[in-house]
Design a protein around this ligand. Structure first.
Ligand code: GUN
Length: 290
C-alpha cells in the first residue's frame, strides 16, 4: 500500500507512519514464529559505558522489541571492560540458541578494538549487517543481513512509489554503515550512483543534477536548500543536536520548496532504522530454525 499521506503532509515522507506500519507486520510475523517454534525471535544488545546518546538508542531498541514480540537480552558493561571480556561475551551469545541477533552499540570506548569485536559476531547473527562477510555478500549482489539505515531508506522509497531505475542518485557520505551500502542498494535497482565526501569538488553542482539525494554526513544543514533540483527526492539521514533543536544534514525548509518528496528530521529515517533492526532479527531467526 502506498500511504496516501501526501494529502495530509504535502511532500513530507512520514517515517513514523511507515515504521508503525512495518512494525505491525513484524509483530504478526514474530507472533507466528512464536506459535510455530515455541520461542520468540531474540536480540542481544551490548552497551559499553555511559554515552547518553547510545543509552537512548538502546532504550528505544528495547522498547521496540517489546512492542513487536521480540525477546531482548541486555548487556550493559562497564566502561573499563577489557577486549577479552567482550570477545568472550560475543562467543557466549554466538552459542546461545535463543539469541538470533547480536548488536554491539557503537561507538565503543577508545581502548576497545571495534573491528575485532564486530568480526567476532557470527555473520548469521549480525543484525547490524556490519560484518565483512555480510558487506561482501551485499557487494556481490547477494545480500543477506544488510545495514538497517539503508534498507529502511529503500523501504521508504518503495512505499512512496519512487522510481529508482535509471535515476541519478547522489549519496553524500561514504561510511560503511550508510553511504557505501546505500550506494550498492540503489545501484542494484539500476540507479546511476555518485558518492560524495569531504574531498569532493563542486558538491552543489552535483547535487543540483541529482534525482535522488541521500545526505549522511552528520554535519547540520550542510546541504543547502537551493541546491535541490525541482522534483528531486531528498533523504536526510543526519541528526544533530543544535541550539535550534534536532536538525538534519539538509536545510529542510528551503529544500522542501523544491523537492517532490523529503524526509523530516526527526520523524523521517530514524524510526525506520530501528524497525529494520527488528526485521533483520526476524530474518536471522528464520535461518536459525530452518
Ligand atoms: N550507533 C549509532 N547507530 C548505530 C547502529 O545502527 N548500530 C550500532 N550497533 N551502533 C550504532
Amino acid at each position: 500500500m502506498t500511504p496516501n499521506k501526501e494529502e495530509r503532509l504535502g511532500n513530507i515522507i512520514d517515517g513514523k507512519f511507515l515504521a508503525e506500519k512495518k512494525r505491525e507486520e513484524i509483530s504478526q510475523q514474530a507472533g507466528a514464529f512464536l506459535k510455530k517454534y515455541g520461542r520468540q525471535p531474540g536480540l542481544a544488545v551490548v552497551l559499553v559505558g555511559q554515552d547518553p546518546a547510545s543509552a537512548i538508542y538502546v532504550r528505544n531498541k528495547k522498547r521496540a522489541c517489546e512492542q513487536t514480540g521480540i525477546a531482548s537480552f541486555d548487556y550493559h558493561l562497564d566502561e573499563t571492560v577489557s577486549q577479552q571480556e567482550i570477545l568472550s561475551l560475543i562467543d557466549d551469545l554466538n552459542a546461545r540458541a535463543e539469541v538470533d541477533g547480536i548488536l554491539v552499540q557503537l561507538p565503543l570506548p577508545s581502548h576497545l578494538v571495534e573491528e575485532e569485536i564486530l568480526v567476532r559476531i557470527d555473520p548469521g547473527k549480525d543484525v547490524d549487517g556490519f560484518h565483512p562477510y555480510n558487506l561482501g555478500r551485499l557487494l556481490m549482489g547477494e545480500p543477506t543481513l544488510v545495514p538497517c539505515t539503508p534498507t529502511g531508506i529503500m523501504y521508504m522509497l518503495d512505499e512512496y512509489g519512487v522510481d529508482i531505475d535509471g535515476k541519478d542518485a547522489i549519496i553524500i557520505g561514504r561510511s560503511n554503515i550508510v553511504g557505501k551500502p546505500m550506494a550498492i542498494l540503489l545501484m542494484m535497482r539500476h540507479a546511476t550512483i555518485t558518492i560524495c565526501h569531504s574531498h569532493t569538488k563542486d558538491l552543489p553542482e552535483r547535487v543540483r543534477s541529482a534525482d535522488i539525494v541521500v545526505a549522511a554526513t552528520g554535519r547540520p544543514h550542510m546541504v543547502k536548500g537551493d541546491w535541490i533540483k525541482d522534483g528531486a527526492v531528498v533523504i536526510d539521514v543526519g541528526i544533530s543536536r543544535t541550539d535550534a533543536g534536532l536538525v538534519g544534514d539538509v536545510e529542510f525548509e528551503e529544500a522542501k520548496k523544491h523537492a517532490r518528496l523529503i524526509t523530516p528530521v526527526p520523524g523521517g529515517v530514524g524510526p525506520m532504522t530501528i524497525t529494520m533492526l527488528l526485521d533483520n532479527t526476524l530474518l536471522a531467526a528464520r535461518t536459525h530454525v530452518s
